[in-house]
Write a protein that binds this ligand. Structure first.
Ligand code: ADP
Length: 371
């Protein structure tokens, strides 16, 4: 409007004001609208707006990632043209959406676990959410497997123990010679020790998983290796050729107790899985790229490629009876791997079946406290 319109001013000014106010309100609503769209787009699930006939009105970015539904070309199509599971169709039309609909979908060689939730938010519109529950499901499976594994591991020694106790209780004392009794007691003791070792390792693992690395200090690894050396020699009973190449001054930051158990574990494994007359070479020093390396190379049984990726899993053993016979709990490498991760170090495993293995702990340069 003109700046001054004489006697019409009284009419023009309030109209102009109202117009300005409306423009501002429209701007604010547009901004809010934009913000809501951005938020919906950033939502960590697939979000779809459907009309009452299940025709797609809008969808966010994750609809493409999770369901392959593209906001550029699929809007205006019925959802069932794009998600074709008959159960999904039945669930949607049943209209009872109190419980979510869950299913598996295999895409690009990956198995997804999906959870769908429908909500009618107005007479004409339906909100469809789809969550990727893959990680949650695999966590649940891992937990179930873990409980099953622990129960199985403890059940075997408990069964043996109960068997001997029943024999001792039910047989008349004169039926068992004192030597036989001692033999039974030894076997029972062995089984009880095995259970104790499993429970102790499980507690160690749970502490490693649930606490932060404490008591960090500069750890002179050479002195930890020196302590572990004696243990290794006792275990080897002189049956292996042991050689040590140790940098006496190289230290890394970390927790001495944890590093000691990782080192001991790799050394005892080398002895346990290397037949008599085999060689074990231990190295602690700097690599060419400046990282610090503790490695144990053995000429033992070796590990098949398919097993290498799994041996750091809890209770995974290549040869169950051999591991048990040598007092193994199946948890040593899981513990070692955890310790490595807590120290920003890597546990590297190289192995050839029937040729031998090299287990290395590689510490980054930043962890080195003295050379
Ligand atoms: P265990 O108590 O059974 O030794 P670990 O977690 O320490 O448990 O090791 C898991 C499995 O990895 C072992 O049962 C064994 O099959 C394999 N393994 C570990 N170290 C070696 C090695 N140096 N040579 C060959 N196999 C090994």
């Amino acid at each position: 409007p003109p700046v001054y319109v004489g006697k019409y001013d009284e009419i023009v000014t309030p109209t102009y004001k109202a117009l300005r106010h409306k423009t501002l309100t429209i701007q604010q609503i547009t901004q809010l609208n934009q913000n809501i769209l951005w938020a919906a787009n950033a939502f960590p699930a697939a979000v779809l707006i459907l009309d009452k006939n299940f025709i797609i009105q809008w969808c966010n970015r994750n609809a493409k990632t999770l369901l392959g539904i593209d906001s550029k070309k699929d809007i205006g199509y019925k959802i069932f043209n794009l998600i074709r599971w008959p159960e999904f169709y039945q669930y949607a039309y049943k209209g009872d959406w109190q419980k979510p609909y869950t299913t598996y979908d295999e895409r690009d060689g990956r198995l997804y676990h999906l959870k769908f939730e429908f909500t009618r938010y107005s007479t004409d519109n339906i909100l469809l959410l789809c969550f990727d529950n893959t990680q949650l499901e695999s966590l649940r499976t891992t937990q179930q497997d873990f409980v099953a594994n622990v129960s199985h591991e403890l059940r075997t020694p408990l069964t043996v123990l109960t068997g001997f106790l029943e024999t001792l209780r039910d047989l008349p004392p004169e039926a068992i010679s004192p030597e036989q009794r001692v033999h039974y007691e030894d076997l029972m003791h062995e089984q009880a020790e095995r259970m104790l070792a499993i429970v102790t390792d499980l507690l160690t693992l749970s502490t490693l998983e649930s606490t932060k690395l404490a008591n960090q200090q500069s750890v002179p690894i050479a002195s930890l290796i020196e302590q572990a050396k004696r243990q290794t020699e006792v275990l080897s009973k002189g049956q292996h050729q042991l050689s040590w190449s140790i940098n006496p001054t190289l230290s890394v930051s970390g927790n001495a107790h944890e590093l000691s158990s990782a080192i001991t574990n790799l050394l005892t494994n080398a002895v346990r899985y290397t037949p008599a007359n085999g060689q074990i070479e231990v190295f602690w020093g700097l690599a060419e790229d400046g990282q610090a390396i503790f490695s144990v190379k053995d000429s033992g049984l070796g590990i098949a490629p398919s097993d290498i990726s799994r041996i750091t899993e809890r209770f995974y053993r290549v040869d169950k009876s051999r591991s048990r016979a040598s007092g193994g709990t199946g948890l040593g490498l899981a513990i070692t791997k955890h310790i490595a991760i807590r120290h920003n170090a890597k546990l590297m495993i190289k192995s050839k079946l029937n040729k031998g293995s090299t287990f290395s702990l590689i510490f980054p340069k930043e962890n080195i406290t003295s050379l």
